[in-house]
Every structure is written in structure tokens, then in C-alpha cells.
Write a protein that binds this ligand. Structure first.
Ligand code: SF4
Ligand code: SF4
Length: 441
């Protein structure tokens, strides 16, 4: 053994957690990178071996970093593991070490710098809306698709272009929305970065549902990013800065619950106690904050329905976002909400535990394998015959919609909140873009 050990003393991955792995391999079949490449080093067990080698004093090699980077952080392995190995903690701590200690290539550094100068900043993302709408309206998008121009400019740019959703204009949410009928709770809503810039209609639907179900809704302005992208990519100090601001913002709002409609954000916010555990000023407020965080579906099921559901005759395929199902254990609640809508049918998607390849910014950092995973998911979605794909994460919506387009398929996409909102407002499925089957058109 030679060279500087992989990990320093600033929160190295836990040897005890790594030691919990009994190398049984039950996690392998749920791991998307193992499914893609079939390499032990690209499986959860293989990555734990690599982390253990680092803990044993091996240096941080380029090969180790490559296999760590290739992990989507989807947490399917955490769900699958019978020994309860907290792989999520291991990979998060390992990534923070990699980001501080590994000398990436100038190209990798530049790409990461660009990503993290843009995505965690809702105002900067909103500035992109105008040019993006002009590009989409001009027909240039169709031209670029026909000529393969984007692919020639590079897979990263092609991925970003293909992911961009059709942008809708909705008014900014009001800061306070009163409950309809008797007030049952006061809730704050996280508006998010990508969600507020590219899917403002999801936030509008979320607010309407909460109010209809008896919640007074507080929407603090200028919330900033929750830090999910940063913490999931090893940028811990940046994530901690974002988290402190969110904790302060919602403490001032004086709410019973903080409602989140983006799976990745919710999973990160529920872990604030761990993220800020070494900060004497924030450890206790962060723990109190985390206990108040609820996914939208989780809170609605806890409260129970009071608003009238009108029929919404449509067949939907429900996709479990990894950071909802694996990281938060929330699978039943969204299905319960959908099942409560008259005339709506839910179909399950094959291989539900395998990630769609979005995984925060993984699809931007690894465009080719992400496209492969996206198309695998899209084929399974199309095989259900559903007219509408429903999920609870903006990244999954963009990723699967782009893959469906590439395959020439036809299925609309919507957030769970939009589906429930459509039912509460008595809208037609066409309002969600869901077309009737070709045979009945
Ligand atoms: S992480 Fe869990 S499931 Fe995977 S090999 Fe280790 S003990 Fe087995
Ligand atoms: S988090 Fe996902 S990609 Fe990473 S090792 Fe686990 S299952 Fe594989």
C-alpha cells in the first residue's frame, strides 16, 4: 500500500456501517449500474468493498472515484438489503471526501462548476425560461432533432436540450392561501429550484390541493435551494449553507409542517439533522425542522380527505421516484391518493425498483447510460398501455418524457399533485395532456 489514504478525518465513511455488509449480494439485481454493466465494482457490494479498501488505507484512485461517481444514489440497494446496510450514508460521506480530495480533470471540474452555478439557483433557472420558450416555439427544436445537431454538439448539451419540458406560464404563488372550510393545519410549501422554474403548475396544484383539504398554506418568498443536489453530490459545505437558510425561512413562517412535492428535496430535508449535526447553532433547529417535513402525499394521507373527488376517467402508470420510495419509504400514500379518484385506474410498471436514470444531475454527468436507463423505463411505461405517467419528482418527469419521445411513444406525464388537483376541480384528463386511446379518437 502506498500514497495518501483515501479518506481524512472529516466525516469519513463509517467503518461500522461498511462492516454491516455481509456480502450476500441480494442488492445486486436492484442496482441500475450493475444492470447496465454487470461489473462487481459497479454494484453496491463492490462499492462497499472499495470504500472498505479506502478505510483500510488505500489511496483514492481514479478507478475508485469512477465507480463511486457512477452510483446514481438511487438507494434501491438500501431497500433490498436484508442486513439494513445504510449505503446512503456510506456513499454520501464518500462523495464528500472525493469532492474535497480528488483532483478531477479540468473538463469534469468545469462541467460540475457550471451545473452547480445554475441548478441550485431558482432565479438563474427562471432566467432560462424566456430563451427556452423562444427556442421551443421557433421550430428550432424540431430542426435540431431532425438534423441531430445537438448530438453533434455533445451528449451533455443534447441531454439538457432533450430534458427541457414544454414551459407553461402560471402566476407566481401567493404568500398566503387560506384554508377552504375549517382550518386543519398550517403548512409551508417548498417551491424548489427546478420545480419552480420549469414546473410552476405543480406548485400551483400543490397549493390548491392543500387549501382544499383544509390547510392554510404559507409560501415563503426567496426560499433558495434545499441543498439536495449539493449533498447528493458531495458538496456538503454548500448543502449546509442552503439548509441553514431553509431552516431559518420556515422557522420564521411558523408552520406545523413543511410540505415538499419533489422527492429528492424531501429526502434531503428529512436528513437535515444529520447534515447539520456538527453545527452547535443549528443541530437542534435542524432536527426539529426535519421532523416537520412531509411529502405532499404523506401529509394528505395523514390528514385524510375532506374535499370532493370528481371522476377522472384515465388509466395512469405510477412511477416510484427513487428518493420517494427508497429514500423515504413512501409507496403506499401516492397510490392511496390515486385510488381515491373515481374512474381512475392505476397500472404498475415492471421493474419498479430500477431507477429511470435521472438521479438529480446524474443524467447530465453520465448522459449515455442515463439515456439507456431512461429508455428501459420508458419501454416499461409504454407496455402498461397507460395514457398518463404519474410520478412525484421533476427529474423523473423530464427523464421519462424525453425517453418516451425518443422511442416515438405517446404518453403524457403529470405530477401526482396535478392529477389530484384535476379531480378536485372536476377537469377532464385532456387538461393533463392525456389523450384517449387511438381507437376511440
Ligand atoms: S449491501 Fe446488503 S444486500 Fe448488498 S451485499 Fe451487503 S449485506 Fe448484502
Ligand atoms: S444507490 Fe443505486 S446505483 Fe448506487 S449502488 Fe445502490 S442501487 Fe446501485
Amino acid at each position: 500500500m502506498a500514497g495518501t489514504p483515501a479518506f481524512d478525518d472529516d466525516r469519513p465513511p463509517s467503518a461500522a456501517v461498511a462492516g454491516d455488509c455481509v456480502h450476500c449480494g441480494f442488492c445486486l439485481t436492484t442496482c441500475p449500474t450493475y444492470a447496465l454493466w454487470g461489473e462487481e465494482a459497479d454494484s453496491p457490494r463492490g462499492r462497499i468493498y472499495l470504500i472498505q479498501a479506502g478505510l483500510d488505507g488505500e489511496p483514492m484512485s481514479a478507478s475508485m472515484v469512477r465507480h463511486v461517481d457512477r452510483c446514481l444514489g438511487c438507494m434501491a440497494c438500501v431497500t433490498a438489503c436484508p442486513s439494513g446496510v445504510r449505503y446512503d450514508r456510506l456513499i454520501e460521506d464518500t462523495r464528500a471526501q472525493v469532492e474535497r480530495r480528488f483532483d478531477r480533470t479540468p473538463r469534469q471540474r468545469a462541467l460540475r462548476a457550471a451545473i452547480f452555478a445554475l441548478f441550485p439557483y431558482p432565479r438563474r433557472l427562471r432566467l432560462l425560461r424566456g430563451p427556452l420558450r423562444a427556442y421551443q416555439a421557433s421550430g428550432l427544436r424540431r430542426l435540431a432533432a431532425r438534423t441531430g445537431l445537438m448530438e453533434r454538439l455533445g451528449p451533455t448539451l443534447a441531454t439538457l436540450e432533450s430534458l427541457a419540458p414544454r414551459l407553461r406560464t402560471v402566476p407566481r404563488p401567493p404568500r398566503l392561501v387560506p384554508a377552504v372550510g375549517a382550518r386543519r393545519a398550517v403548512v409551508g410549501v417548498l417551491t424548489g429550484c427546478v420545480q419552480s422554474a420549469f414546473f410552476p403548475e405543480v406548485n400551483s396544484a400543490t397549493i390548491r390541493i392543500l387549501a382544499a383539504e383544509g390547510c392554510e398554506v404559507v409560501v415563503p418568498p426567496a426560499q433558495g435551494c434545499c441543498g439536495a443536489l449539493s449533498v447528493h453530490n458531495g458538496r456538503r459545505a454548500e448543502a449546509q449553507r442552503f439548509a441553514r437558510r431553509i431552516v431559518d425561512t420556515f422557522a420564521r413562517a411558523g408552520v406545523d409542517h413543511v410540505v415538499v412535492n419533489a422527492a429528492g428535496c424531501g429526502s434531503a430535508m428529512k436528513e437535515y439533522a444529520d447534515l447539520l449535526r456538527d453545527d452547535p447553532a443549528y443541530a437542534a433547529p435542524a432536527a426539529a425542522f426535519a421532523a416537520r417535513v412531509r411529502d405532499l402525499s404523506q401529509l394528505l394521507v395523514e390528514l385524510g380527505p375532506v374535499a370532493t373527488r370528481y371522476p377522472l376517467p384515465v388509466t395512469v402508470a405510477y412511477h416510484d421516484a427513487c428518493h420517494l420510495a427508497h429514500a423515504q419509504g413512501i409507496r403506499a400514500q401516492p397510490r392511496e391518493l390515486l385510488a381515491g379518484i373515481p374512474e381512475l385506474t392505476v397500472r404498475e410498471i415492471a421493474d419498479p425498483e430500477i431507477c429511470c436514470g435521472s438521479a438529480g444531475v446524474w443524467n447530465v454527468l453520465h448522459p449515455e447510460p442515463a439515456a439507456e436507463l431512461g429508455e428501459r423505463k420508458a419501454r416499461n411505461v409504454l407496455a402498461t398501455g397507460a395514457r398518463l405517467l404519474v410520478t412525484a419528482n421533476p427529474g423523473c418527469l423530464m427523464q421519462v418524457a424525453a425517453a418516451v419521445r425518443r422511442l416515438g411513444g405517446e404518453v403524457a406525464t403529470a405530477h401526482t399533485a396535478q392529477v389530484l388537483d384535476a379531480s378536485l376541480r372536476g377537469l377532464d384528463p385532456a387538461a393533463l395532456g392525456a389523450q384517449p386511446p387511438r381507437s376511440s379518437r
